[in-house]
Design a protein around this ligand. Structure first.
Ligand code: DX5
Ligand code: ZN
Length: 226
């Protein structure tokens, strides 16, 4: 996984057909997705429940880009090896999920994955000042996690601060929640390079009619490049 700061669109399968994930992933990659974002929720850290390691492992053979797994679970550490075994390329844990984010990031890298740390809207950039050297990705939540299709919360000043804190470290800034062709330019300008988008990518399309996925991805990319 070579590092670069070009814009990467990462469709969240939370907005895909839950009975057809394999085909949805293949369709959205064929339509231009750069990464695949997989939202794991436990009904405890967030008020919603999705799926766990066996589902992620089953999806691995359908993902030919980057499998980006976002854990909205607490605790995290006991599950890290299971996600390594499932084939996650990037594994992201929330800084709010427990008292020992330093240990968690160390364990994620130790298990051979890229380590991500996610920040809820109410959590300041300074909360990760002392773990930046242990991160490969910082995920700035622009909604309160738990559900797709929520409205974007403007976190531009946090992104800006993080971009400065990161300096020339090889750390991606990912934005998750309410990203569409209107909000993408704001976050890209502030320094984000990975744009997660669920409803804005899957809207209007299906496995049988995937062309809208491509149109939606191109619209987000064009909005950033304009
Ligand atoms: C929210 C998830 C997001 C979500 C984004 O808890 O982490 O990845 O799927 O969905 P949209 O793009 O619809 O806001
Ligand atoms: Zn997510």
């Amino acid at each position: 996984m070579p590092f670069d700061r070009s814009i990467k669109i990462a469709p969240s399968i939370l907005a895909a057909d839950f009975a057809n994930f394999g085909a949805e992933v293949r369709a959205v990659e064929a339509q231009g997705a750069d990464w695949i974002h997989i939202d794991v929720m436990d009904g405890h850290f967030v008020p919603n429940l999705t799926f766990g390691p066996p589902m992620v492992k089953a999806l691995r053979k359908h993902v030919s880009t980057v499998m980006d797994v976002h854990l909205m679970i607490s605790p995290v550490d006991a599950y890290i090896d299971a996600y390594a075994d499932a084939g996650a390329d990037v594994l992201t844990a929330h800084v709010e999920a427990g008292p020992h984010i330093h240990r968690t990031l160390q364990a994620i890298r130790g298990a051979g994955m890229k380590a991500g740390v996610a920040l809820n809207p109410g959590t300041p950039a300074s909360s990760i000042a002392h773990v930046l050297d242990m991160c490969d990705l910082v995920c700035v939540m622009t909604v309160n996690p738990g559900f797709g299709g929520q409205s974007f919360i403007d976190m531009t000043s946090k992104i800006d601060t993080l971009r400065k804190m990161i300096g020339d470290r090889e750390v991606h800034i990912e934005i998750d929640g309410g990203v569409d062709a209107k909000t993408a330019p704001l976050v890209a300008r502030a320094g984000a390079d990975v744009l997660v988008a669920g409803s804005a990518v899957f809207r209007g399309g299906s496995v049988d009619d995937p062309a809208p996925y491509g149109e939606n991805i191109r619209a987000i990319r064009a909005s950033v490049e304009a």
